[in-house]
Design a protein around this ligand. Structure first.
Ligand SMILES: Nc1nc2c(ncn2[C@@H]2O[C@H](COP(=O)(O)OP(=O)(O)O)[C@@H](O)[C@H]2O)c(=O)[nH]1
Ligand SMILES: [Mg+2]
Length: 329
């Protein structure tokens, strides 16, 4: 799923302005083309083109919105959970419904007035009908002005959702900031997340993937946190939900170079394990790590110290857990 390319939702006013502009152009073109001698018939035709031009823009713009927004009922669980803490999905559904409903009503009005244009008997009558038609169609569209605004707000939230593919074996990398999570993602996958030498809160979840026996394995790099769900910042919340609802396996990264107290890192590991997923423990920075520290840690933890080891374990878990068969390795 990728919400990052959702097109902006225009305001009702800008749709109306564009529609009026297009309608004017269409009417002018019709006016140039027509050769009818009876000038009322000619004007009726021109005004019907005007209506057609108007409604075509409204129709296209609204359709563009309703077809690009996700259907909140059929999203993978990770996204429905994320939506439930970041958006009011019920209100959005109603907004989408109203926007579509009012556009359909505007279209019906245009059809109705098209017929009335044809049936009218004089220029003043045609002019009055045109005023009436435009007034009613525009106010019909503007009835959902607030809905367009709400949808645009929602789009800006949706745009921050990570692009996760559903149905892939998914790995979440967890651990304190600055322990080497993004570096591990770079080593495992072709993703190029930012790597910083200082503790840095990632603004998005980085997602990458690697291929194992023609299967794509998806890896998510998360910022770690000990906060409860309500207190987390948006990206931490996404990370927590990704671990809970998208990940099959969690790689927990320890930094034993004294960046953080070991006790705190162990506490976070315990929290991560509460998700009930398989956990692979990786000790980063083994290249600069004191051998004795590593040896002491190894007596208590079953760890990987290279990205290759992590990858091997992930592939074994893929075979065991995802394919439901014992690894042949
Ligand atoms: N020597 C060494 N440095 C590492 C290793 N992994 C990460 N780093 C460094 O640790 C810092 C934080 O790494 P980063 O991957 O951004 O950590 P994140 O905040 O957990 O994503 C960066 O300066 C990295 O270059 C490693 O295996 N060895
Ligand atoms: Mg990072």
């Amino acid at each position: 799923m990728n919400f990052q390319d959702l097109p902006p939702v225009p305001s009702a006013t800008s749709i109306v302005n564009d529609a009026l502009k297009a309608a004017g152009e269409k009417a002018a073109a019709a006016s140039r083309k027509t050769r009818k001698t009876d000038s009322l018939v000619r004007q009726q035709g021109v005004q019907k083109e005007h209506l057609r031009g108007l409604i075509a823009v409204i129709d296209r713009r609204v359709d563009n919105i309703t077809s690009s927004f996700p259907s909140f009922d059929s999203l993978p669980e990770f996204y429905t959970r994320l939506a439930s803490v970041t958006l009011d999905a019920e209100a959005l559904k109603k907004s989408l419904g109203r926007v579509a409903g009012n556009a359909a009503a505007a279209k019906r009005l245009a059809n109705e007035y098209g017929k009335r244009y044809s049936a009218c008997n004089s220029f003043p009558e045609l002019l009055a009908l045109k005023r009436q038609a435009l007034g009613r169609i525009i106010s019909m569209l503007k009835r959902s002005a607030k809905d367009f605004e709400q949808l645009e707000k929602a789009r800006k939230v949706l745009r921050t959702y990570p692009a996760l593919q559903a149905d892939l074996f998914t790995v979440a990398i967890a651990g304190f900031p600055n322990v080497g999570k993004s570096t591990l993602l770079r080593k495992l996958t072709s993703a190029k997340p930012e790597v910083n030498s200082y503790a840095f809160t990632t603004k998005t979840l980085n997602v990458g993937s690697f291929t194992y026996r023609h299967n794509k394995i998806q890896v998510i790099d998360t910022p770690g946190t000990l906060d409860r769900l309500e207190k987390m910042n948006p990206v931490e919340r996404q990370a927590e939900l990704a671990m809970r609802y998208a990940a099959h396996v969690i790689v927990y990264v320890y930094d034993l170079t004294e960046e953080y107290p070991l006790r705190d890192q162990e506490l976070l590991e315990r929290h991560v394990r509460e998700h009930g997923k398989s956990v692979i423990v990786y000790a980063s920075k083994s290249d600069v790590l004191d051998g004795a520290v590593l040896a002491a840690f190894r007596t208590r933890h079953d760890i990987c110290i290279s990205s290759e080891e992590v990858r091997e374990r992930l592939c074994a878990l893929f075979d065991d857990e995802f394919l439901g068969r014992k690894s042949s390795r």
